[in-house]
Design a protein around this ligand. Structure first.
Ligand code: GDP
Length: 616
């Protein structure tokens, strides 16, 4: 199974040799005296430091000291990739970074700075996380590190004498055992949610033919909602004008903001956040990324709805309908996305022609309904990403036929009216883990992720799958603020007690112990083929979960519109066709109906599918 293990504790007793009190990290002074970390931590720190140095390369030599590397490795549970990303971002560029070699290596302030900077990068998944932590958080983080080291050194001898680690009880869980139990307030979370003036949360994926204006439209949305400041947009405009493509400035907004946010690397895929008075939105998948289709599938597999962008310009719409418009719409529908807002874009280029809008509306409605969307789940909004008309600002006078109709609304109003379905709130808890990290002394073990279904509150016991280990929710953070409860759709950080970090891995699912998700070894799926599909080896992806397996049976090719079996037991499924197949997995993983999955082989996406039936 290709799980990414955050903390790998797989040691024999022989590995636990504490006799050597040598100081691995010597002069830089983050870990002063090797005896402050367990032998296992020391080894991970030592090999991690070497790997990070290698990954950073000569370019950063002299700009990043070992203390900073240790800090990053500690924070990210020795994850080399994340540590490297963090360190690079922290150093900005070697040119800008101050050489640190000359500085006194054992300065405590240096350590505190590293801890503080690390706290600023703590992967709290939130729209506001880029604002960084409060000064208090920074202090806490620094204290956390110092105190955690002390605690570990105190426990080390104990754990050796009772073979603590080999018994699977890590130092961290001993630590937890000493903490007071968390009491549940037994809140009626659904009632609290109804009563609260908490903003709704919704995420969407942007689809449509190339050049129909997806990036420009999303850039405009972010700009007019003041997610991007005037200075950034002026800078982008200038750069765009310099290369003679001034209209590209808005499109670049998406890339600029997503790049900025990727430093925190938290959510499964590239995304942008923005909020209106009523709702916090996540745009999943920044369009314009080169590897568009796989990104889009990843986005579609988490999206509450899709925004389909159509160019109203003469002939463009027709070309799109033959091209990616069709492909994307089929794709998101086959991935289980039920609702779509059609942005009939570039209306300025057809003088806001009512006839053109209605012609497009008619044809697209017919096409989308054939693809499996219900009429009540489709909305059409005329707009212009370039001028911003009817995006956040109202439609122009030329569109009075629209502004006076009963259906009139801006794109942003349409987005707000497309809330996630309430059904997910009533379902049992499902929370796939996006990240595992140390939240600090009071929160030595934290995870982040998006709640896919159900609700949770402080004091709840939850079950981690596939390992089937329970944990207690000690604290919840939403947008960097403590919370008592959280519901489906929200991206949160959980602080956990009563569980060893070894049991928590990225892509594992936290669930309701009374109604747990099952580990399965095979399933039947309806899929949309991108390549020829045969009985073959594939990697099955769901969010961050990926597990090797095999397509064992081609059960039938299905009619695209009706979903009825057209041909039983085909020998091969052609690209573009929809089929039902059976898949066997190499390892049992937590998956359930109607999860959306992606099948990949040799680095390419072979098909996207929707689980129909699971088998133990
Ligand atoms: P994408 O490939 O779908 O992301 O499309 P872009 O956002 O890169 O836009 C493609 C081209 O269409 C660019 O030259 C844009 O300036 C232009 N464009 C985008 N939106 C509009 C619009 O609302 N009106 C007009 N007239 N042109 C637009």
């Amino acid at each position: 199974m290709a799980h990414h293990r955050i903390k790998n504790i797989a040691l024999d007793e022989d590995d636990l040799d504490y006799s050597d009190g040598d100081d691995y990290y010597g002069d830089d002074g983050v870990v002063e005296g090797g005896d402050e970390l367990s032998a296992e931590d020391q080894e991970q720190m030592r090999s991690g430091t070497i790997s990070v140095r290698q990954a950073l390369g000569e370019q950063y030599e002299g700009f990043i000291i070992d203390a900073q590397i240790h800090e990053a490795l500690w924070h990210y549970y020795y994850d080399v990739g994340k540590s490297v990303t963090y360190l690079k971002n922290q150093a900005t560029t070697p040119q800008q970074a101050q050489p640190t070699k000359q500085q006194k290596p054992k300065q405590i302030s240096k350590f505190d700075q590293a801890a503080a900077a690390s706290a600023a990068q703590a992967p709290v998944v939130s729209a506001k996380s880029k604002n960084g932590p409060s000064p208090d958080d920074v202090v806490m983080q620094a204290q956390a590190k110092a105190s955690a080291s002390k605690k570990q050194s105190g426990q080390k001898k104990d754990s050796k004498s009772v073979s603590g680690v080999t018994n699977g009880v890590s130092e961290m869980s001993i630590d937890d055992a000493l903490q007071p139990k968390v009491k549940s307030k037994h809140l009626d979370v659904l009632a609290e949610y109804e009563r609260s003036d908490r903003k709704n949360a919704a995420s969407f994926v942007v689809i449509g033919h190339v050049d129909h204006g997806k990036s420009t439209l999303m850039g405009r949305l972010l700009y007019d909602l003041k997610v991007v400041d005037q200075r950034s947009i002026d800078k982008l405009r200038k750069e765009a004008t310099n290369i003679g493509k001034s209209s590209f400035a808005l499109a670049w907004v998406m890339d600029a903001t997503s790049e900025e946010r990727e430093r925190g690397v938290t959510v499964d895929i590239a995304s942008n956040n923005f909020e209106t008075d009523k709702t916090k939105f996540t745009i999943l998948d920044a369009p314009g990324h080169r590897d568009f289709i796989p990104n889009m599938i990843a986005g579609a597999s988490q999206a509450d709805f899709a925004v389909l962008v159509i160019d109203a310009g003469t002939n463009s719409f027709e070309a799109g309908l033959k091209g990616q418009t069709r492909e994307h719409a089929q794709l998101v529908r086959s991935m289980g996305c039920q609702r779509v807002i059609v942005a009939v874009n570039k209306m300025d280029s057809v003088q806001w022609s009512r006839d053109r809008f209605e012609e497009i509306q008619q044809q697209i409605a017919a096409f989308l309904e054939k693809t499996g969307f219900q009429a009540k789940n489709i909305a059409f909004i005329p707009c212009s990403g370039l001028t911003g008309e009817n995006v956040v600002l109202p439609a122009p006078e030329a569109a009075s036929w629209y502004t006076t109709s009963k259906d009139t609304q801006t794109l942003v109003a349409a987005l707000e009216s497309f809330q996630p379905t309430k059904a997910a709130l009533d379902s049992p808890l499902r929370l796939p883990i996006s990240d595992v990290f140390r939240g600090g002394i009071t929160n030595p073990l934290s995870i982040s992720g998006k709640i896919e279904a159900g609700t949770l509150q402080v004091g709840d016991q939850i079950l981690a799958m596939p390992v089937s280990e329970t944990a207690t929710i000690k604290g919840i953070e939403i947008d960097g603020q403590p919370a008592e409860w959280a519901v489906a759709g929200q991206i949160i950080t959980l602080h956990l007690n009563d569980i060893d970090p070894i049991h928590l891995r990225v892509a594992d699912v936290l669930c309701d112990p009374r109604k747990p998700i099952r580990n399965i070894k095979s399933f039947t799926t309806k899929l949309l083929a991108f390549e020829h599909v045969l009985p073959m080896q594939v990697d099955i992806h769901r969010g961050r979960l990926h597990v090797p397996g095999r397509i064992t049976q081609l059960l039938g090719v299905l009619d695209k519109s009706s979903g009825e079996v057209q041909k039983k037991k085909p020998r091969v499924v052609q690209p573009g066709a929809i089929a039902r197949v059976k898949v066997e997995l190499d390892a049992a993983v937590p998956l359930e109906v109607p999860s959306r999955i992606v099948l990949r082989a040799n680095g390419a996406t072979v098909a996207a599918g929707l689980l129909e039936q699971v088998h133990a």
